[in-house]
Design a protein around this ligand. Structure first.
Ligand SMILES: [Zn+2]
Length: 408
């Protein structure tokens, strides 16, 4: 259950002396644990355990959101039966905006080990006071800006959904959560404190947890950024819901390309970035954008610009049926080159040449030739004269043999 609470205490379970029979031969009673934390700093869980036999030690097993390692720790007995456990959150990660489950393992002095029932709490970035607004499809959480700001984000999410549905057949979102940070630095700090890398990131989708994190500051530029980030991250989540495990097999250029074309306000820097890279002959081969994007800032942006541009091109040429075929082929596990060939009748490398010729008004034959040009040069400068000399020499020797057969 999600809720917005004070900056310090997330969940104050009241110690009611609830009896929880544990799995084991002996019986123990555990009071409803109290969970207190400040995101990025520390977490404390306290409870009271009573049992017929004296307690020797208490361990706690914390299971963060999917994909993060379980944390096992030793609780301290502050008085007979009073259990306290503290975890440093600056170097132990519990995920973010997700449920954390935990249980106690109690060892009695008799040597017997008892396991408590499983408890859970919702782990959020409680450094901020979150406001919220909801529709059937979306939940918007933000901490800076008034209600109008939240409403604007909610409306943009609905507009983005309409736009995406024109491009891809996607399922309807259900209570998809948007957490809106007021700056990319604050978003990156949250990602880093939750154990995820956050550099160069303005928005972040966590499709498996049905949540999105974006960075939008209320102010003059809010509309443009909102129209970019909100639909972009929505596309990632909906593609995941559409494709399931096949989502992870999508080439990065297609996943990011579709997200870019879903934006309600396209990035105005992309055309210039593409033209400059083309002039410098620095365009990135699409085969290198299948698994991941470059990490350096300049090429990272260029990769997005190229992904966006080729996706626009493919959508224009092959329509929505082409996009669906491409998604199905890649989700099925076909590689970058052959997925395109199966879906669109042309491999990725051939599509790349077509895209270049249309986007940069380039002759595809010259582009193909550019690839073999260094070899052609080596052949012309070194191999060709050597071959000519050899041929001339052979002709001379043959003539000499014909004129002076006895000399052989
Ligand atoms: Zn993206």
């Amino acid at each position: 259950m999600r809720r917005t609470l004070s900056a310090i205490i997330l969940m104050l379970g009241i110690s009611l002396g609830i009896s929880n029979p544990a799995r084991g031969q002996s019986e123990m009673q555990i009071a409803q644990p109290q969970v207190m934390y400040t995101f990025g700093e520390s977490l404390t869980i306290e409870t009271e355990i009573t049992s017929e036999l004296p307690i020797q030690d208490v361990k706690i097993l914390l299971q963060p959101a999917a994909g993060i390692r379980q944390i096992a720790g030793e609780a301290t007995l502050t008085a007979p039966g009073l259990v306290s456990y503290t975890l440093d959150l600056s170097n132990n990660f519990l995920g973010l905006f997700a449920d954390v489950t935990y249980e106690f393992q109690v060892t009695l002095e008799s040597g017997e080990t008892l396991t408590s029932p499983e408890y859970s709490f919702y782990f959020e970035d409680n450094r901020w006071e979150w406001q919220s607004l909801k529709s059937d499809e979306f939940e918007i959480y933000w901490y800076k800006g008034n209600t109008d700001f939240g409403e604007k984000i909610l409306n943009t999410a609905h507009d983005g959904l309409e736009r995406i549905r024109l491009q891809v057949d996607v399922p309807a979102p259900e209570a998809l959560r948007y957490y809106v940070y007021a700056s990319s630095q604050e978003l990156q700090s949250a990602l880093q404190l939750s154990g995820e890398a956050g550099s160069q990131i303005a928005g972040h989708a966590d499709p498996a947890l049905n949540k999105v994190m974006v960075s939008l500051a209320p102010g003059p530029a809010e509309t443009l950024e909102m129209k970019r980030q909100v639909p972009h991250e929505l596309l990632h989540v909906l593609l995941y819901q559409k494709l399931g495990v096949g989502y992870a097999r999508l080439p990065r250029w297609l996943n990011e390309g579709l997200a870019s074309t879903a934006e309600l306000f396209p990035n105005p820097d992309y055309p210039l970035l593409l033209d400059k890279a083309y002039e410098r002959q620095a365009l990135l081969p699409f085969a290198s954008l299948c698994q991941s994007f470059p990490v350096d800032a300049a090429n990272f942006q260029l990769a997005y610009a190229q992904a966006s541009s080729i996706t626009w091109y493919l959508q224009g040429r092959f329509g929505t049926s082409g996009t669906e075929a491409l998604l199905a082929a890649y989700a099925d596990g076909l590689d970058c080159e052959h997925g395109a060939e199966t879906a669109l009748g042309q491999g990725l490398s051939a599509l790349e040449l077509d895209w270049r010729s249309i986007t940069f008004h380039e002759n595809p034959w010259l582009t193909s030739l550019r690839g073999v040009l260094p070899w052609l040069l080596i052949f012309t400068l070194f191999l060709l004269p050597w071959m000519i000399l050899n041929i001339v020499d052979a002709i001379k020797r043959r003539k000499s043999v014909q004129e002076n057969p006895a000399s052989v």
